[in-house]
Design a protein around this ligand. Structure first.
Ligand SMILES: CC(=O)N[C@H]1[C@@H](OP(=O)(O)OP(=O)(O)OC[C@H]2O[C@@H](n3ccc(=O)[nH]c3=O)[C@H](O)[C@@H]2O)O[C@H](CO)[C@@H](O)[C@@H]1O
Ligand SMILES: C=C(OP(=O)(O)O)C(=O)O
Length: 429
């Protein structure tokens, strides 16, 4: 199993290319199930989750082809991947494939909308909470689907097609918003989704669906209106830059000091996180080509933060921010409101000398003068990268085990960081 070895203490200087967003690419890929024409997605990141979803889609009969091209300027891969679901050959998404990744459950919406049936295993994904699927089930039932949960599978059917309706999400859910929005594009009549998620990835998907001929309005606000159409066509659409990767590298620079341009990043996708990082004493400058992050000399100031649905501070940056706060000049409070078990990085950060205590859903972090390298174990995707951030500032060697978590969501992490002066390498075994 691969490991990442870091020797801490170097400032980061230079530029880091920001990849396409994992959490935008996945629902966009799933949208290819809605049409028998080709959906071409530009800027698709090369990640384990993308590969896994490609396998899942392949099982349903989706063909794909990749036009990789190397960008001379910043040496990033901006892949265009074509997905064609000419015929859906199987409406079952089996446990062996779906259990590895949460988002694979989302095929239930397009399969049901296009084929009138779907049999999808209950999902897996990061073990950061119980992560039920009740909102998906309730919402699809509101659109007229019959759904039974049996032997670990959701069996859904709507032989005469889905029917538009008003559905009020009792809780904001990114995944359930993606799924209901996709399903409603092919329903008879109008669907109104209230208390919908407002994440940029929802807007990215809505724009793609509209390019395919759907009639979706209001994405990015709490009310999304979808007027069903009888069929969708192919389209070409671009995956937005990864705001979580952007925030992660901004925090890495905040941690080590230095001056880095995050190439291709969009500040408007993560204003709340950038504002929080700036309050910690870091200079953040949006540029036409990306975002410049700089911390020279001054220490890290403690900042309290609470995770919230967009436009609030994202839960997917909570672990990384905690990594940063371990070196702050004082005490900070970090409150997690989205997932009930997303503090698994606390005990690993403690191995590096961090002082963190938990009080319910709040972590109280007392900044320390010095972290010291140690072997640590990644427990989930964002937790893993918080250990990398801490390792970059720790004295001596840190080895992060279970790197497969990182490979789910960070494209060529060690190459991007070593390109800016970090001592970091992958140890293959
Ligand atoms: C692939 C992807 O895009 N994953 C992101 C997505 O996950 P995901 O879409 O799974 O997260 P949700 O927004 O659905 O989850 C938010 C909260 O709602 C709860 N819930 C959700 C659905 C449901 O049927 N019932 C229910 O109770 C969840 O347990 C959680 O407590 O949004 C999360 C919140 O921004 C991010 O951390 C994940 O990185
Ligand atoms: C939690 C995440 O992913 P998933 O929803 O696929 O588990 C994540 O991207 O941080």
């Amino acid at each position: 199993m691969d490991r990442i070895r870091i020797v801490g203490g170097n400032e980061l200087k230079g530029s880091i290319p920001i990849s396409g967003a994992k959490n935008a690419a996945l629902p966009l890929m799933i949208a290819s199930l809605l049409t028998d024409e080709t959906l071409s997605l530009e800027n698709v990141p090369h990640l384990a989750d993308v590969e896994q979803l490609t396998r899942i889609l392949g099982n349903h009969g989706v063909d794909y082809s990749v036009n990789g091209r190397r960008e001379a300027q910043n040496s990033t891969y901006a892949r265009t991947v074509n997905f064609t679901a000419k015929n859906i050959v199987d409406t079952t998404a089996p446990y062996e494939l779906v259990s590895k990744m949460r988002a694979s459950f989302w095929v239930i919406g397009p399969l049901l909308a296009r084929m009138g049936e779907a049999r999808v295993s209950l999902p897996g994904g990061c073990a950061i909470g119980t992560r039920p699927v009740d909102l998906f089930i309730d919402g699809l039932r509101a659109l007229g689907a019959d759904i039974e949960i049996e032997q670990g599978y959701a069996h859904a059917s709507a032989p005469k097609g889905l029917v538009g309706n008003r559905y009020v999400f009792p809780k904001v859910s990114v995944g359930a918003t993606h799924v209901l929005m996709m399903a409603a594009t092919l329903a008879h009549g109008q669907t109104v989704l209230e208390n919908a998620a407002r994440e940029p990835e929802i807007v990215n998907l809505a724009e793609c669906l509209n390019a395919m001929g759907a009639k979706v309005s209001g994405a990015g606000t709490p009310t999304i209106v979808i007027d069903g159409v009888s069929s969708l066509s192919g389209a070409t659409h671009q995956v937005i830059p990864d705001r979580i990767e952007t925030g992660t590298y901004a925090m890495a620079v905040a941690m080590t000091g230095g001056d880095v341009i995050l190439e291709g990043a969009r500040a408007d996708l993560l204003e709340s996180a950038l504002e929080t990082i700036a309050r910690a004493g870091v200079e953040i400058t949006p540029l036409n080509s990306g975002i410049r992050v700089r911390r020279n000399g001054a220490g890290i100031q403690p900042v309290d933060v609470t995770t919230e649905p967009f436009p609030g501070f994202p839960t997917d940056l909570q672990a990384q921010f905690m990594g940063l706060m371990t070196r702050a000049n004082g005490r900070s409070h970090i409150t997690e409101t989205i997932f009930e078990n997303r503090f698994m990085h606390v005990q690993e950060l403690a191995r590096l000398g961090a002082k963190i205590t938990l009080s319910g859903q709040t972590a109280i972090v007392d900044g320390v003068q010095k972290l010291k390298g140690a072997p640590v174990m990644a427990t989930d995707l964002r937790a893993s990268v918080s250990l990398v951030i801490a390792g970059l500032a720790a004295e001596g060697e840190t080895v992060v085990n279970r790197v497969y978590h990182l490979d789910r969501g960070f494209e060529r992490l060690e190459e991007k960081l070593s390109g800016c002066g970090a001592t970091i390498e992958r140890l293959s075994s």
